[in-house]
Design a protein around this ligand. Structure first.
Ligand code: SF4
Length: 347
């Protein structure tokens, strides 16, 4: 009989498991702390449990998280990209970025992606499968365990790695609730950003939950023609529907929505595009994050010059749209979504 994996279990579920063995409920707090906060990968490490209890747990359960199969570090030491593998061999990327305001990690929610965005390496072979809530949690706990070795921790999470989080909605929500629990990382919802390419019905669903998380919408084009060209999902939910859903999210939660806009040389970075974008977003609780593209080896997109980026940025800010240019981290280590995975898996 295969052993049950306790990683990803809630404390109430753990108490139920322990009650089957006549183990008192307070042990659940100790065990959960070992699993989620203290980096234990086996029951033998749980030194405040008796030997007998550890053996009992060993006989029936396991704590399986993720396996590190590759790692890339930027020259400045600020960005580390991990390729993490789950039990079935599926792997995803998780990126740690050390900012001056804390440690931020970018996590994946699916193995591959079905959304087909033209500028993205993660979608080249489509979607393999959804990650479970436990697997998403494992990405965070893995990095947190590493940080703890130098008395640090994960401070903020952006759910912007491989996959479309809102296409894995239930597991995403289960993960968000888990990571917020005091017995895991006790992370405030305000420290979490969920990014979507614009799955409109699920943006409304997320707003209804009214969790104070930041929503980030990948827009990348200011009109339907160009957006459909870059992001096929625009054929299902057009740009006006996406922006209306973003407006509703901001109104319902009171949280400012971030619109991500990858700048691609001469494709979407002209003043005409900046004008269309500012018209689209005016009077909305929103800001725009401009991201000069990291060229994808398989695609023919060029990065705009600094002057073109500044021109776009200046236009938005002088027309009432708060814009920032994303600080570059990790371009030199294939930090753009999906590139390490692609090179490793030979796909
Ligand atoms: S950008 Fe995001 S939604 Fe689009 S294909 Fe890549 S992973 Fe999927």
């Amino acid at each position: 009989m295969s052993k049950k994996n306790l990683f990803g279990i809630t404390i109430d579920e753990l108490k139920v498991e322990l009650s089957k063995l006549n183990i008192p409920a307070f042990r659940a707090d100790q065990i959960a702390a070992w699993i989620y906060k203290r980096g234990a990968e086996s029951f033998d490490e749980m030194t405040d449990l008796s030997k007998n209890l550890r053996q009992q747990l060993n006989d029936l359960y396991t704590i399986r998280m993720v396996e590190l199969i590759d790692k890339l570090e930027s020259k400045d030491g600020l960005t580390t990209k991990f390729l993490l593998q789950f039990e079935d061999g599926a792997n995803v990327e998780t990126v740690l970025m050390r900012h001056n305001y804390g440690n931020s990690i970018c996590i994946s929610t699916q193995v591959g992606c079905a959304m087909g965005c033209k500028f993205c390496a993660s979608t080249l072979k489509g979607l393999q499968r959804n990650l479970t809530a436990a697997e998403i949690l494992a990405e965070v706990v893995f990095v947190n365990n590493l940080l703890q070795l130098s008395n640090q921790k994960v401070d903020t999470i952006v759910i912007m790695g491989i996959g479309e989080p809102l296409m894995n909605f239930d597991n995403l929500i289960q993960f968000l609730k888990l990571i917020h629990e005091p017995y895991t990382l006790n992370l405030s919802y305000r420290k979490i950003t969920v990014s979507t390419c614009g799955i409109v019905p699920n943006i409304y669903k997320l707003a209804e939950l009214n969790l104070p998380i930041t929503l980030s919408i990948s827009l990348h084009a200011p009109n339907n023609e160009l957006r459909s060209h870059l992001m096929p999902i625009n054929n299902n939910f057009n740009i006006n529907e996406v922006v209306a859903a973003g407006r509703d999210y901001g109104d319902t939660t009171g949280r400012r929505v971030t619109y991500e806009y990858i700048l691609i040389d001469e494709l979407n970075d002209t003043i005409k595009h900046a004008r269309q974008l500012s018209n689209l977003l005016k009077n909305q609780l929103a800001n725009v994050n401009l991201i000069p593209i990291n060229p994808v080896a398989e695609k023919d997109f060029r990065r705009p010059s600094k002057e073109r980026v500044k021109m776009f940025y200046d236009y938005l800010n002088s027309h009432g749209i708060g814009a920032t240019v994303r600080k570059e981290m990790g371009a030199a280590i294939n930090a753009a979504c999906g590139q390490l995975r692609i090179s490793h898996n030979n796909i």
